[in-house]
Design a protein. Structure first.
Length: 143
């Protein structure tokens, strides 16, 4: 089962894709997020071409867990995406994923526009991997 992860931004939208077993997330690409109608068209194409069965959208909660305007926008985006795709769309808490992605990019030495593009993909990977890890069955405790 392929699952698409989305780090939604006003300007850039990072995408990640799970492996067919739903265990591992990998970076896919960064899309331009300024034209939302065009973005929905691109996402429909990716979902169709990659045989995606579910989608996970990052929910940018505030550090205290409340929902601000960005989170409300992410919820509206996820609702529209679910209607347009006819597939389940889940929301995953994305607090601090962008910060983690920036740190990761600094460690690899990425700079400038390259880093900005990669940060969105890495954040999408972190969002999707957290979702996959949460869904994975835990092994029985042997004791």
């Amino acid at each position: 089962m392929r699952i698409l992860g989305i780090d939604l931004g006003k300007r850039r939208v990072g995408l990640a894709l799970s492996d067919p077993t739903g265990l591992l997330a990998t970076a896919l690409e960064t899309l331009d997020g300024r034209d939302r109608d065009a973005l929905f068209g691109q996402l429909r194409s990716r979902v169709r071409d990659l045989a995606v069965e579910e989608v996970v959208v990052g929910l940018p909660r505030r550090t205290d867990g409340t929902l601000g305007p960005e989170a409300v926008a992410a919820q509206a985006f996820a609702d529209r995406l679910a209607r347009e795709l006819g597939r389940p769309v889940h929301l995953e808490d994305e607090r601090l994923t962008t910060l983690q992605a920036h740190r990761s990019m600094l460690e690899t030495g990425a700079r400038g526009p390259e880093r900005r593009q990669a940060v969105d993909r890495v954040a999408a990977v972190l969002i999707l991997q957290a979702f996959l890890d949460r869904r994975r069955p835990r092994p029985e405790d042997p004791w």
